[in-house]
Design a protein around this ligand. Structure first.
Ligand code: GRF
Length: 227
C-alpha cells in the first residue's frame, strides 16, 4: 500500500480507540495543537464508558462515542459497529491508543494498513499484556516501544517506528513503564505524521518511509562501555 501525496489538501482524519487513561491521545492532541501534526481527531471511540480518555477527549473538544461490547452478540459484530462508526466520521487512519481489545477482521479488513497500535515493548519481543513486566522479568538491558500496523496476528504487524531506552540497574516495572511511556508520546505522533505526509509504504512485513535521512549509526549500549 502506498500513500503518494505528501501535500494533503486537508488534515488527516484520525479515529482514536481507547479503553483507559488516554495519555497517548493527549500526546496526539498536543502535537496537533502545536501545529506539528497535520491531522484532526474526527472521533474518539471507547469500549469503556468510564475511561478517563473519554473525559480528556471531551475536554479537548473531540467527538466521542462509547460502544459497549456487551450489547453485541459477537466480537465481529461489535467490531463491525466500530468500523461503521469510524467510516461515518470519515476516518482515514485509526490509532489504537491503549485500546484493550483484540480486534477481528471485521475491523481490520476495511482499514487494512490503516490501523496503528502502540505497544510498550520492542516487538516482536514481549507481545501481549504486561509487556514492561515481561521485559524486567527477562532481564533485558534495552527496552522500548513500537508503533505497528495491526494485522490478524496480534502484535506482529509491520513495524512503523520504535524507540529504545536502557533499562536501569534494579529497575522495576512501574519505573520502566513510566519511562517507556514518555517515548510512546514521541513516536505515536511521529508515526501519524509520517503517514499523513504520505511517506509510509508497507511491503509484506516491512514498512519503508520515503525521504528519510539514514539514521546515525549510534548504538545504545547498556551497561555502557566505559565506567
Ligand atoms: C500504553 O502503555 C500503550 O503502550 C498500551 O496501553 C497504554 C496506554 O496508555 N497499549 P494511555 O491510555 O495512552 O495513557
Amino acid at each position: 500500500m502506498t500513500r503518494r501525496s505528501s501535500h494533503r489538501p486537508r488534515p488527516l482524519k484520525l479515529g482514536v480507540l481507547v479503553s483507559g487513561r488516554g495519555s497517548n491521545l493527549g500526546a496526539i492532541l498536543d502535537e496537533i495543537r502545536r501545529g506539528r501534526l497535520r491531522a484532526e481527531v474526527a472521533v474518539v471511540i471507547s469500549d469503556k464508558p468510564d475511561a478517563p480518555a473519554l473525559q480528556l477527549a471531551r475536554t479537548r473538544g473531540c467527538a466521542t462515542l462509547v460502544l459497549d461490547p456487551k450489547s453485541y452478540p459477537t466480537r465481529e459484530q461489535f467490531d463491525g459497529a466500530v468500523a461503521g462508526a469510524l467510516k461515518q466520521h470519515g476516518v482515514e487512519l485509526v490509532v489504537l491508543a491503549g485500546y484493550l481489545r483484540i480486534i477481528t477482521p471485521a475491523l481490520i479488513e476495511p482499514f487494512r494498513h490503516r490501523i496503528m497500535n502502540i505497544h510498550p515493548a520492542l516487538l516482536p519481543s514481549f507481545p501481549g499484556l504486561k509487556a514492561q513486566w515481561q521485559a524486567v522479568e527477562a532481564g533485558v538491558k534495552l527496552a522500548g516501544c513500537t508503533v505497528h500496523f495491526v494485522t490478524e496476528e496480534v502484535d506482529r504487524g509491520p513495524i512503523v517506528i520504535q524507540a529504545a531506552i536502557p533499562v536501569r540497574p534494579g529497575e522495576r516495572e512501574a519505573s520502566l513503564a513510566r519511562r517507556v511511556l514518555r517515548q510512546e508520546h514521541r513516536i505515536v505522533p511521529r508515526a501519524i505524521e509520517l503517514y499523513a505526509q504520505g511517506r509510509v509504504r508497507v511491503t509484506g512485513r516491512t514498512v519503508t518511509i520515503r525521504g528519510l535521512r539514514a539514521p546515525k549509526d549510534t548504538a545504545l549500549i547498556n551497561p555502557p562501555l566505559m565506567g
